[in-house]
Design a protein around this ligand. Sequence first.
Ligand code: AAL
Length: 413
Amino acid sequence: MTKLISGLVAIACVAVAEQKPFPAVIPTEKPDRPLSAAMERLYDEWNPHEDRGNELYSNFKYSKLNFKREANVSRRDPTKVIKVDGVYHVWYTGRRSECPPVGLKNATDTKPGTDWDLADIWHATSSDGWNWVEDAEPAVHRPPKPEQGNRSICTPGVLVWKGKYYLYFQAYNKIGGQEYCPVRVAYADSPNGPWTHHPENALVPSPAGSWGNIKINDPCPVVHNGRILIYYKGAPIERGSEYVLRMQGVAFSDNPLGPFEASKLNPVINSGHETCMFAWKDGVAALVALDGPEKNTIQWSPDGENFKVMSMIQIPPVAPGPFCPTTFDGKGDGRGFTWGLCHINPDGGGAANESILARFDCDLSLDVDREYFKRNNLRFNADTYFQKGVALPPLVKKQIIQSQKRLDKETVR
Ligand code: AAL
Protein backbone atom coordinates (compact mmCIF):
# COMPACT_ATOMS: atom_id res chain seq x y z
CA MET A 1 0.00 0.00 0.00
CA THR A 2 2.78 2.40 1.03
CA LYS A 3 4.58 1.53 -2.19
CA LEU A 4 1.49 2.26 -4.26
CA ILE A 5 0.99 5.68 -2.63
CA SER A 6 4.61 6.68 -3.11
CA GLY A 7 4.33 5.54 -6.75
CA LEU A 8 1.29 7.75 -7.32
CA VAL A 9 2.98 10.71 -5.65
CA ALA A 10 6.00 10.21 -7.92
CA ILE A 11 3.78 10.18 -11.07
CA ALA A 12 1.99 13.35 -9.90
CA CYS A 13 5.32 15.09 -9.27
CA VAL A 14 6.52 14.24 -12.77
CA ALA A 15 3.20 15.54 -14.23
CA VAL A 16 3.55 18.84 -12.34
CA ALA A 17 7.20 19.12 -13.29
CA GLU A 18 6.28 18.68 -16.96
CA GLN A 19 3.48 21.22 -16.79
CA LYS A 20 4.48 24.38 -18.67
CA PRO A 21 3.83 27.74 -17.03
CA PHE A 22 0.59 29.46 -17.99
CA PRO A 23 1.19 31.10 -21.39
CA ALA A 24 1.51 34.83 -21.99
CA VAL A 25 -0.97 34.74 -24.87
CA ILE A 26 -4.31 34.16 -23.19
CA PRO A 27 -5.85 30.90 -24.44
CA THR A 28 -9.31 31.77 -25.78
CA GLU A 29 -10.61 28.33 -24.78
CA LYS A 30 -10.29 27.02 -21.23
CA PRO A 31 -6.97 25.09 -21.34
CA ASP A 32 -6.89 21.43 -20.36
CA ARG A 33 -4.42 21.79 -17.50
CA PRO A 34 -4.55 22.23 -13.75
CA LEU A 35 -5.95 25.71 -13.03
CA SER A 36 -6.21 27.66 -9.81
CA ALA A 37 -9.67 28.53 -8.56
CA ALA A 38 -9.20 32.08 -9.85
CA MET A 39 -8.28 30.90 -13.35
CA GLU A 40 -11.20 28.42 -13.36
CA ARG A 41 -13.48 31.38 -12.62
CA LEU A 42 -11.89 33.46 -15.38
CA TYR A 43 -13.11 30.89 -17.91
CA ASP A 44 -16.28 29.62 -16.23
CA GLU A 45 -17.74 32.88 -14.92
CA TRP A 46 -16.02 35.69 -16.80
CA ASN A 47 -14.23 35.44 -20.12
CA PRO A 48 -10.55 35.11 -20.98
CA HIS A 49 -10.34 38.70 -22.18
CA GLU A 50 -11.75 40.02 -18.91
CA ASP A 51 -13.62 43.33 -19.12
CA ARG A 52 -12.27 44.10 -22.60
CA GLY A 53 -14.27 41.18 -23.96
CA ASN A 54 -17.38 41.82 -21.89
CA GLU A 55 -20.23 43.65 -23.66
CA LEU A 56 -21.88 44.19 -20.27
CA TYR A 57 -18.89 45.99 -18.78
CA SER A 58 -18.35 49.73 -19.03
CA ASN A 59 -16.94 52.77 -17.36
CA PHE A 60 -19.12 55.85 -17.03
CA LYS A 61 -18.02 59.37 -17.88
CA TYR A 62 -20.05 62.34 -16.72
CA SER A 63 -20.96 65.72 -18.24
CA LYS A 64 -22.66 68.72 -16.68
CA LEU A 65 -25.99 69.77 -18.18
CA ASN A 66 -27.51 73.19 -18.75
CA PHE A 67 -30.45 72.96 -16.30
CA LYS A 68 -30.56 76.23 -14.38
CA ARG A 69 -29.33 75.91 -10.79
CA GLU A 70 -31.71 77.78 -8.46
CA ALA A 71 -32.05 77.71 -4.70
CA ASN A 72 -34.53 75.08 -3.49
CA VAL A 73 -35.09 73.64 -6.94
CA SER A 74 -34.21 69.97 -7.15
CA ARG A 75 -34.18 67.62 -10.12
CA ARG A 76 -33.54 63.94 -9.59
CA ASP A 77 -34.41 60.35 -10.50
CA PRO A 78 -34.80 60.73 -14.27
CA THR A 79 -36.78 58.24 -16.36
CA LYS A 80 -35.23 56.52 -19.33
CA VAL A 81 -34.71 58.99 -22.16
CA ILE A 82 -36.94 58.41 -25.17
CA LYS A 83 -36.71 59.86 -28.70
CA VAL A 84 -39.91 60.68 -30.58
CA ASP A 85 -39.93 62.43 -33.98
CA GLY A 86 -36.30 63.47 -33.52
CA VAL A 87 -36.80 64.96 -30.03
CA TYR A 88 -35.39 63.46 -26.83
CA HIS A 89 -37.68 63.46 -23.79
CA VAL A 90 -37.00 62.85 -20.12
CA TRP A 91 -39.13 63.12 -16.97
CA TYR A 92 -37.88 63.45 -13.41
CA THR A 93 -38.73 64.36 -9.82
CA GLY A 94 -38.92 68.16 -9.60
CA ARG A 95 -39.13 70.06 -6.35
CA ARG A 96 -39.55 73.83 -6.13
CA SER A 97 -40.09 74.71 -2.51
CA GLU A 98 -39.82 77.71 -0.18
CA CYS A 99 -36.82 76.24 1.64
CA PRO A 100 -34.43 73.28 1.55
CA PRO A 101 -35.60 69.95 3.04
CA VAL A 102 -35.97 70.39 6.81
CA GLY A 103 -36.08 66.71 7.81
CA LEU A 104 -39.09 64.53 8.49
CA LYS A 105 -39.77 65.90 12.00
CA ASN A 106 -39.88 69.55 10.93
CA ALA A 107 -41.74 69.15 7.62
CA THR A 108 -44.93 71.19 7.21
CA ASP A 109 -47.47 71.62 4.40
CA THR A 110 -44.99 73.88 2.62
CA LYS A 111 -41.62 72.86 4.07
CA PRO A 112 -40.27 69.65 2.47
CA GLY A 113 -39.02 66.83 4.69
CA THR A 114 -36.74 65.29 2.07
CA ASP A 115 -35.33 66.12 -1.36
CA TRP A 116 -38.23 64.23 -3.02
CA ASP A 117 -40.99 65.66 -0.82
CA LEU A 118 -43.57 68.17 -2.17
CA ALA A 119 -42.50 67.15 -5.67
CA ASP A 120 -44.17 66.80 -9.05
CA ILE A 121 -43.08 65.09 -12.26
CA TRP A 122 -41.29 67.49 -14.60
CA HIS A 123 -40.40 67.07 -18.27
CA ALA A 124 -37.56 68.36 -20.44
CA THR A 125 -36.79 67.98 -24.13
CA SER A 126 -33.62 68.15 -26.20
CA SER A 127 -32.73 68.08 -29.87
CA ASP A 128 -29.25 66.67 -29.26
CA GLY A 129 -29.21 64.92 -25.85
CA TRP A 130 -26.83 67.56 -24.42
CA ASN A 131 -28.85 70.78 -24.26
CA TRP A 132 -32.13 70.46 -22.44
CA VAL A 133 -35.18 72.72 -22.22
CA GLU A 134 -37.42 72.29 -19.20
CA ASP A 135 -41.19 72.83 -19.51
CA ALA A 136 -42.56 75.85 -17.64
CA GLU A 137 -44.94 73.64 -15.61
CA PRO A 138 -44.80 70.09 -14.27
CA ALA A 139 -45.92 67.43 -16.77
CA VAL A 140 -47.84 65.62 -14.00
CA HIS A 141 -49.01 67.58 -10.96
CA ARG A 142 -49.68 66.06 -7.56
CA PRO A 143 -53.36 65.08 -7.41
CA PRO A 144 -55.60 66.93 -4.93
CA LYS A 145 -56.39 65.55 -1.45
CA PRO A 146 -57.48 62.88 -0.63
CA GLU A 147 -56.11 61.16 -3.76
CA GLN A 148 -53.03 59.03 -3.28
CA GLY A 149 -49.96 61.11 -4.06
CA ASN A 150 -51.32 64.43 -2.83
CA ARG A 151 -48.17 65.10 -0.74
CA SER A 152 -45.58 64.15 -3.36
CA ILE A 153 -45.24 62.25 -6.60
CA CYS A 154 -41.71 61.34 -7.55
CA THR A 155 -39.15 58.97 -9.04
CA PRO A 156 -40.92 58.28 -12.34
CA GLY A 157 -40.35 55.49 -14.84
CA VAL A 158 -41.58 55.80 -18.44
CA LEU A 159 -43.19 53.10 -20.59
CA VAL A 160 -44.00 53.32 -24.30
CA TRP A 161 -46.65 50.74 -25.09
CA LYS A 162 -48.80 50.41 -28.21
CA GLY A 163 -48.29 54.05 -29.24
CA LYS A 164 -49.16 55.51 -25.82
CA TYR A 165 -46.99 56.86 -23.01
CA TYR A 166 -47.18 55.89 -19.34
CA LEU A 167 -45.43 57.41 -16.35
CA TYR A 168 -45.25 55.32 -13.18
CA PHE A 169 -44.25 57.10 -9.98
CA GLN A 170 -44.12 56.89 -6.19
CA ALA A 171 -47.25 58.43 -4.67
CA TYR A 172 -47.07 59.70 -1.08
CA ASN A 173 -49.83 61.17 1.10
CA LYS A 174 -47.27 61.63 3.87
CA ILE A 175 -43.57 61.54 3.35
CA GLY A 176 -41.09 59.50 5.31
CA GLY A 177 -39.22 56.28 5.72
CA GLN A 178 -42.14 54.36 7.18
CA GLU A 179 -45.02 55.88 5.19
CA TYR A 180 -47.16 53.87 2.77
CA CYS A 181 -45.98 54.30 -0.81
CA PRO A 182 -47.73 52.59 -3.72
CA VAL A 183 -46.97 53.31 -7.38
CA ARG A 184 -49.46 55.28 -9.45
CA VAL A 185 -49.56 55.82 -13.20
CA ALA A 186 -50.51 58.68 -15.55
CA TYR A 187 -50.97 58.21 -19.29
CA ALA A 188 -50.89 60.37 -22.45
CA ASP A 189 -51.17 60.03 -26.23
CA SER A 190 -48.07 62.17 -26.75
CA PRO A 191 -44.87 62.65 -24.76
CA ASN A 192 -45.90 66.30 -24.54
CA GLY A 193 -49.03 65.31 -22.61
CA PRO A 194 -51.59 66.14 -21.44
CA TRP A 195 -51.26 63.45 -18.77
CA THR A 196 -54.23 61.82 -17.07
CA HIS A 197 -53.92 60.30 -13.59
CA HIS A 198 -55.24 56.75 -13.47
CA PRO A 199 -57.42 56.68 -10.32
CA GLU A 200 -56.15 53.30 -9.04
CA ASN A 201 -52.80 52.19 -7.68
CA ALA A 202 -50.69 50.39 -10.29
CA LEU A 203 -48.44 48.55 -7.82
CA VAL A 204 -49.03 48.13 -4.12
CA PRO A 205 -46.71 47.07 -1.30
CA SER A 206 -46.50 43.34 -0.56
CA PRO A 207 -48.48 41.67 2.30
CA ALA A 208 -47.75 42.30 5.99
CA GLY A 209 -44.61 40.58 7.20
CA SER A 210 -43.09 40.37 3.70
CA TRP A 211 -40.09 42.13 2.16
CA GLY A 212 -41.80 45.12 0.52
CA ASN A 213 -44.72 45.68 2.86
CA ILE A 214 -44.69 49.49 3.05
CA LYS A 215 -43.02 50.91 -0.05
CA ILE A 216 -42.72 50.32 -3.74
CA ASN A 217 -40.02 52.69 -5.03
CA ASP A 218 -38.32 53.42 -8.35
CA PRO A 219 -40.76 51.79 -10.81
CA CYS A 220 -38.80 50.76 -13.91
CA PRO A 221 -40.83 49.37 -16.83
CA VAL A 222 -39.38 47.04 -19.46
CA VAL A 223 -41.16 45.12 -22.25
CA HIS A 224 -40.14 41.46 -22.38
CA ASN A 225 -41.75 38.52 -24.18
CA GLY A 226 -44.77 40.63 -25.10
CA ARG A 227 -45.50 41.56 -21.49
CA ILE A 228 -44.93 44.64 -19.35
CA LEU A 229 -42.49 44.07 -16.50
CA ILE A 230 -42.17 46.71 -13.81
CA TYR A 231 -39.13 46.42 -11.59
CA TYR A 232 -39.08 48.22 -8.26
CA LYS A 233 -37.28 48.55 -4.98
CA GLY A 234 -39.26 47.36 -1.98
CA ALA A 235 -38.93 48.15 1.70
CA PRO A 236 -40.68 46.78 4.80
CA ILE A 237 -42.07 49.06 7.51
CA GLU A 238 -39.89 47.27 10.06
CA ARG A 239 -36.33 48.55 10.39
CA GLY A 240 -33.31 46.92 11.98
CA SER A 241 -30.37 44.76 11.06
CA GLU A 242 -32.56 41.64 10.92
CA TYR A 243 -34.79 43.10 8.19
CA VAL A 244 -34.17 43.34 4.45
CA LEU A 245 -33.25 46.86 3.49
CA ARG A 246 -33.10 47.28 -0.24
CA MET A 247 -33.93 44.54 -2.66
CA GLN A 248 -35.67 44.66 -5.99
CA GLY A 249 -38.66 42.80 -7.34
CA VAL A 250 -40.67 42.60 -10.54
CA ALA A 251 -44.37 42.47 -11.40
CA PHE A 252 -45.98 41.48 -14.72
CA SER A 253 -49.04 42.62 -16.65
CA ASP A 254 -50.49 42.73 -20.18
CA ASN A 255 -52.25 45.98 -19.35
CA PRO A 256 -50.21 49.12 -18.53
CA LEU A 257 -52.87 50.21 -16.03
CA GLY A 258 -52.64 46.89 -14.22
CA PRO A 259 -53.36 44.79 -12.34
CA PHE A 260 -49.71 43.76 -12.05
CA GLU A 261 -48.88 40.36 -10.67
CA ALA A 262 -45.77 40.18 -8.51
CA SER A 263 -43.22 37.48 -9.36
CA LYS A 264 -43.41 34.52 -7.01
CA LEU A 265 -39.61 34.64 -6.89
CA ASN A 266 -39.42 38.22 -5.55
CA PRO A 267 -37.05 39.72 -4.64
CA VAL A 268 -35.24 38.97 -7.91
CA ILE A 269 -32.26 41.29 -7.26
CA ASN A 270 -30.61 41.05 -3.82
CA SER A 271 -28.82 44.42 -3.94
CA GLY A 272 -29.01 47.92 -5.40
CA HIS A 273 -30.76 51.16 -4.70
CA GLU A 274 -32.44 52.89 -7.63
CA THR A 275 -33.58 50.46 -10.34
CA CYS A 276 -32.14 50.38 -13.87
CA MET A 277 -33.34 47.49 -16.01
CA PHE A 278 -33.06 47.36 -19.78
CA ALA A 279 -33.59 44.93 -22.65
CA TRP A 280 -30.40 43.04 -23.51
CA LYS A 281 -30.41 40.41 -26.27
CA ASP A 282 -33.49 38.27 -25.56
CA GLY A 283 -33.43 38.91 -21.82
CA VAL A 284 -33.27 41.71 -19.27
CA ALA A 285 -30.15 43.36 -17.85
CA ALA A 286 -29.90 45.37 -14.63
CA LEU A 287 -27.41 47.96 -13.43
CA VAL A 288 -27.24 47.37 -9.68
CA ALA A 289 -25.56 50.10 -7.62
CA LEU A 290 -24.82 51.39 -4.13
CA ASP A 291 -26.30 48.83 -1.68
CA GLY A 292 -26.01 45.13 -0.95
CA PRO A 293 -23.47 42.38 -1.59
CA GLU A 294 -23.85 42.66 -5.39
CA LYS A 295 -23.62 46.47 -5.49
CA ASN A 296 -21.94 47.99 -8.51
CA THR A 297 -22.56 45.11 -10.87
CA ILE A 298 -24.35 44.58 -14.14
CA GLN A 299 -26.51 41.51 -14.20
CA TRP A 300 -28.45 39.65 -16.85
CA SER A 301 -31.41 37.35 -16.85
CA PRO A 302 -32.96 35.35 -19.70
CA ASP A 303 -36.43 35.49 -18.14
CA GLY A 304 -36.40 38.73 -16.14
CA GLU A 305 -36.46 36.83 -12.84
CA ASN A 306 -33.18 34.90 -12.53
CA PHE A 307 -30.24 37.27 -12.71
CA LYS A 308 -26.53 36.47 -12.88
CA VAL A 309 -23.68 38.93 -12.24
CA MET A 310 -21.99 39.76 -15.57
CA SER A 311 -19.57 42.51 -14.57
CA MET A 312 -18.35 44.64 -11.69
CA ILE A 313 -18.40 48.37 -12.34
CA GLN A 314 -16.96 51.53 -10.78
CA ILE A 315 -18.58 54.91 -10.12
CA PRO A 316 -21.89 53.86 -11.64
CA PRO A 317 -24.44 56.58 -12.35
CA VAL A 318 -26.90 57.19 -9.52
CA ALA A 319 -30.54 56.62 -10.51
CA PRO A 320 -29.66 56.11 -14.19
CA GLY A 321 -32.17 56.74 -16.94
CA PRO A 322 -30.52 55.38 -20.09
CA PHE A 323 -31.54 56.16 -23.67
CA CYS A 324 -32.45 52.65 -24.63
CA PRO A 325 -35.19 52.38 -27.29
CA THR A 326 -35.08 48.59 -27.62
CA THR A 327 -36.33 48.32 -24.04
CA PHE A 328 -39.83 49.13 -25.28
CA ASP A 329 -39.96 47.55 -28.75
CA GLY A 330 -40.49 44.02 -27.42
CA LYS A 331 -38.50 42.47 -30.29
CA GLY A 332 -36.31 40.31 -28.06
CA ASP A 333 -33.15 41.92 -29.47
CA GLY A 334 -32.14 44.40 -26.75
CA ARG A 335 -29.12 46.43 -27.87
CA GLY A 336 -28.26 48.23 -24.61
CA PHE A 337 -27.23 51.89 -24.48
CA THR A 338 -24.39 54.39 -24.76
CA TRP A 339 -25.73 57.30 -22.68
CA GLY A 340 -28.41 58.52 -20.36
CA LEU A 341 -29.16 60.95 -17.56
CA CYS A 342 -28.62 60.39 -13.86
CA HIS A 343 -28.65 62.52 -10.73
CA ILE A 344 -25.95 63.82 -8.44
CA ASN A 345 -26.37 65.16 -4.93
CA PRO A 346 -23.85 68.01 -4.94
CA ASP A 347 -23.55 67.76 -1.16
CA GLY A 348 -22.22 64.24 -1.50
CA GLY A 349 -25.29 62.12 -0.92
CA GLY A 350 -27.39 63.81 1.71
CA ALA A 351 -29.44 65.75 -0.82
CA ALA A 352 -29.87 68.42 1.84
CA ASN A 353 -30.76 70.97 -0.76
CA GLU A 354 -31.00 70.43 -4.48
CA SER A 355 -29.95 67.51 -6.65
CA ILE A 356 -28.89 68.00 -10.23
CA LEU A 357 -29.28 66.01 -13.42
CA ALA A 358 -26.13 65.03 -15.29
CA ARG A 359 -25.37 63.08 -18.44
CA PHE A 360 -23.34 59.87 -18.47
CA ASP A 361 -21.75 58.20 -21.48
CA CYS A 362 -20.64 54.56 -21.57
CA ASP A 363 -20.45 51.49 -23.78
CA LEU A 364 -23.15 49.08 -22.72
CA SER A 365 -24.25 48.69 -26.30
CA LEU A 366 -24.02 45.86 -28.80
CA ASP A 367 -23.88 48.46 -31.58
CA VAL A 368 -20.58 50.18 -30.74
CA ASP A 369 -17.15 49.15 -29.55
CA ARG A 370 -15.66 52.04 -27.59
CA GLU A 371 -12.40 50.77 -26.13
CA TYR A 372 -12.13 53.93 -24.00
CA PHE A 373 -15.06 52.79 -21.84
CA LYS A 374 -13.75 49.23 -21.38
CA ARG A 375 -10.65 50.26 -19.45
CA ASN A 376 -9.79 49.19 -15.92
CA ASN A 377 -7.47 50.81 -13.42
CA LEU A 378 -9.37 54.04 -12.86
CA ARG A 379 -7.37 56.28 -10.54
CA PHE A 380 -8.41 59.42 -8.78
CA ASN A 381 -6.81 62.59 -7.47
CA ALA A 382 -6.15 63.45 -3.83
CA ASP A 383 -9.36 65.52 -3.50
CA THR A 384 -11.35 62.37 -4.20
CA TYR A 385 -9.82 60.57 -1.23
CA PHE A 386 -10.11 63.46 1.19
CA GLN A 387 -13.65 64.56 0.36
CA LYS A 388 -16.59 64.11 2.72
CA GLY A 389 -17.74 60.51 2.67
CA VAL A 390 -14.29 59.19 1.77
CA ALA A 391 -11.96 60.95 4.24
CA LEU A 392 -11.78 59.47 7.77
CA PRO A 393 -14.17 61.52 9.96
CA PRO A 394 -12.62 62.99 13.18
CA LEU A 395 -14.97 61.03 15.47
CA VAL A 396 -14.02 57.70 13.90
CA LYS A 397 -10.36 58.72 14.07
CA LYS A 398 -10.80 59.27 17.82
CA GLN A 399 -12.33 55.80 18.25
CA ILE A 400 -9.55 54.22 16.23
CA ILE A 401 -6.91 55.91 18.39
CA GLN A 402 -8.66 54.67 21.55
CA SER A 403 -8.51 51.03 20.41
CA GLN A 404 -5.04 51.31 18.86
CA LYS A 405 -3.09 50.03 21.89
CA ARG A 406 -5.21 46.87 22.10
CA LEU A 407 -5.26 46.17 18.36
CA ASP A 408 -1.83 47.15 17.09
CA LYS A 409 0.21 44.24 18.47
CA GLU A 410 4.02 44.15 18.15
CA THR A 411 5.07 42.58 14.85
CA VAL A 412 7.84 40.67 16.59
CA ARG A 413 6.77 38.97 19.82
C1 AAL B 1 -34.43 57.78 -4.81
C2 AAL B 1 -35.18 56.49 -4.91
C3 AAL B 1 -36.48 56.65 -4.18
C4 AAL B 1 -36.21 56.94 -2.76
C5 AAL B 1 -35.70 58.34 -2.89
C6 AAL B 1 -36.70 58.94 -3.80
O1 AAL B 1 -33.25 57.88 -5.45
O2 AAL B 1 -34.44 55.41 -4.48
O3 AAL B 1 -37.09 57.83 -4.62
O4 AAL B 1 -37.40 56.90 -2.01
O5 AAL B 1 -34.41 58.26 -3.48
